[in-house]
Design a protein around this ligand. Sequence first.
Ligand SMILES: [Zn+2]
Ligand SMILES: [Zn+2]
Length: 208
Amino acid sequence: MTDGELLVEGDPELAAKCYPSGSKNEATAMCLCGSVEIKLKTDEPSVSGFCHCWACRRTHSAPLYQVLYTDNANIDPETGDKREGEFEITITKGFDLLKPGDPGPGNPNYESWDDNPNFGGIGRLFCSKCGVVMMNALYQRPHSIFNDTDEPVDFVSVFPATFTEKMNEFIESWQPQFHVHCESSILPFEAINDGLEKFATWPPPDED
Ligand SMILES: [Zn+2]
Ligand SMILES: [Zn+2]
């Protein structure tokens, strides 16, 4: 199995049936205790999909997880500082309760965001009252896998599992595009017959 290998071909017609869309472009994410609330408003998320990697599974205590990324938020992913202005992801309640988790180094698969060649940032943020993981605050390093510019690009995300709305209420661009890191799946991912492409790791970046 090689990096970025396509393990299961996509079937766009089936995917459209499995993931019907609606008209909303705005969601509200809420933690279990209600202290943290995050709004997502965008016409075009940068990534929408499912990840099966060990780190996402363990972080969320889930057999797989679903994520929506954008490239701007009212938190600086490098420092954790609050930003003023209009953003696609806005932490509307409990900003100061959001804390990064410690991913290791007791973990045998430990790789800090400092070591990661593609991504940096403060990482996965959880509500320090109820413990629910609410967002990823990352950035793409200059000249890395998805960023061929000289500047870092913010890479921030929220999770549909915490939304107060259902996924079929949202526009087509919000619907999941693929399953990634299927090589570390604990589920028989071939049996998830949802028409989406399933990749060993990440899909290779577009050639053009
Ligand atoms: Zn993952
Ligand atoms: Zn909470």
